[in-house]
Design a protein around this ligand. Structure first.
Ligand code: FES
Length: 173
């Protein structure tokens, strides 16, 4: 007897088994979907992923550090002189070229994620060779626009999504 002669034609019972299996799988998916869907963040959780902060008490030249999605965010109220320097230095030989105007919505306010783009340390304000931030971990210097100027960090400090709700309130995220 060859293998071919052993093969059976599908019977009505086989058809029933297959049909039951398909409907069973569909039913399992239908039950699983609401459970999976519940794991997605709902609107209230998404709302928590943004933070509103009152910036009215930050003086010129001052800054505020807030937490957003587990990361520090630096909000800096720049002086006129700092803005002029940041714009003038657009023409410097920048490791990650970006104009200051492309990094701010309002020249007076710089908003950046306070995480060094090298290996993730938190840079220190008003330190370093370029008047912005200095990362002590491996010596990265950022300017007053948060652009990397010297050291191993490959890119500028990230600008998070943000908007001004009004002249006193900024919303990050
Ligand atoms: S983590 Fe900032 S320089 Fe290395």
């Amino acid at each position: 007897m060859t293998n071919k002669t052993k093969e059976k034609k599908p019977t009505r019972r086989d058809f029933l088994y297959i049909t039951t299996a398909v409907f069973g799988a569909t039913g399992a998916a239908a039950v699983a979907w609401p459970l999976i869907d519940q794991l997605n963040p709902d609107a209230s959780v998404s709302a928590l992923s943004s933070v509103e902060t009152d910036i009215s008490s930050i003086p010129e030249g001052g800054s505020l550090k807030i937490a957003w999605r587990g990361k520090p965010v630096f909000i800096r109220r720049r002086t006129k002189e700092e803005i002029e320097i940041a714009e003038k230095e657009d023409n410097e030989n920048l490791p990650d070229p970006q104009n200051d105007a492309d990094r701010v919505k309002n020249k007076e306010w710089l908003v950046v994620v306070g995480v060094c783009t090298h290996l993730g340390c938190i840079p220190i304000a008003d330190k370093g060779d370029f008047g912005g931030w200095f990362c002590p971990c491996h010596g990265s210097h950022y300017d007053i626009s948060g652009r990397i100027r010297k050291g191993p960090a490959p890119t500028n400090l990230e600008v998070p999504p943000y908007e001004f709700v009004n002249e006193n309130i900024i919303k990050i995220g």
